[in-house]
Design a binder for this molecule. Structure first.
Ligand SMILES: Cc1ncc(COP(=O)(O)O)c(C=O)c1O
Length: 321
């Protein structure tokens, strides 16, 4: 399948921005606008899916995600645009009897068949018997893409992101969910450049995940990368009012819609690190804008854990992996 028919905007633009909060520490901030690659497959969605869709070669694609998964929406859109069937296995069988949230409604409108499974089954989806049961929902020739789209082909797709940045920055930061984007990015950077991953989930599992993805895709550890695990803000999909305010302020300063669950946490982490003096004066710091901020997956969680579905379209269990 020729995915370049979708005419991605590659290489994505690298844009310097004036921000005195970084400037006063001698740090030059650059935004790597991967969110502009494609309106329906923005950011790392394009980079992780492109080689997988070529490998699927028009067969039906079965993949997995939560109720607000960007990855599910991107896969469904690709199916519509390129003309192949898609099946989305969605976490949470309680969602089956409810009206679809805007994200899942979009998937369905793009032709994706949605299969809702209980959380225990979803957690066990990589076990061969569970996967075999789920595959009965799909045609026998279906091509399976894991949750978040991160597999060896996805990592290889993300190597290109690093190559596009070769020589253009000293440190390149990216928000991490499954770690596939960081795994590829780090491998594509040149000598003297390093990648910094900002996990948006709690748990400390990501270092091992990135190492395993690099081993599967590239045969071993590649590039200079590290993680800073301090900026998940309480866990996945937790967006505090302070983080929301930070993101709104960034939007006003730089005219960019900031995706809250990943990109806002990474940008906030970069500002904190800059204020801590983590980057020597003269550092060129590139922040990868891995998704677009349309606000559709935001909920605000206060410090006390009081949840307000700020822009979540009515369902409380926001999840965009
Ligand atoms: C906007 C955005 N940024 C970053 C990530 C993290 O990517 P990865 O799962 O490859 O770590 C995701 C999830 O795919 C995402 O949707």
């Amino acid at each position: 399948m020729n995915v370049s028919r979708l005419r991605p905007r590659l290489p994505s633009p690298l844009v310097p921005v004036e921000d005195e909060r970084f400037g006063r520490h001698g740090v030059r901030l650059l935004l790597k606008r991967d969110d502009l690659i494609h309106p329906d497959l923005p950011g790392n969605k394009w980079r992780k899916l492109a080689l997988n869709l070529e490998a699927a070669a028009g067969r039906p694609v079965l993949t997995f995600g939560g109720a607000y998964s960007h990855h599910l929406s991107a896969t469904a859109a690709a199916g519509r645009l390129l003309g192949f069937p898609t099946i989305g296995v969605v976490r949470g069988d309680e969602l089956a009897g409810r009206p679809l949230n805007p994200s899942l409604a979009r998937c369905a409108a793009d032709g994706m068949r949605l299969v809702f499974v209980d959380r225990a089954t979803y957690r066990a989806k990589d076990e061969p018997e569970v996967l075999a049961r789920l595959l009965r929902e799909a045609p026998p020739e279906a091509y399976v893409v894991p949750e978040g789209g991160s597999n060896a082909l996805a990592v290889r797709g993300c190597v290109e992101l690093g190559r596009e940045l070769m020589g253009a920055a000293d440190v390149v930061a990216v928000a991490c969910g499954t770690g596939g984007t960081l795994a590829g990015l780090a491998a594509g950077l040149g000598p003297g450049q390093r990648a910094l991953g900002v996990p948006v989930l709690k748990g400390g599992f990501l270092g091992a995940a990135v190492t395993a993805l690099q081993a599967a895709a590239l045969g071993g550890r590649a590039g200079d990368w590290s993680l800073d695990e301090r900026f998940h803000g309480g866990g996945y999909a937790r967006v505090s009012p302070a983080l929301d305010a930070f993101a709104q302020d960034f939007e006003e300063r730089h005219g960019l819609a900031v995706e809250r669950l990943y990109v806002a946490k990474m940008l906030h982490g970069l500002l904190t690190l800059t204020e801590e003096g983590a980057f020597p004066p003269g550092t060129r710091l590139a922040a990868v804008i891995t998704g677009s901020g349309d606000g559709s997956n935001v909920r605000t969680v206060t410090a006390e854990g009081d949840r307000r579905g700020a822009r979540s379209g009515g369902q409380s269990a926001a999840s965009s992996r």
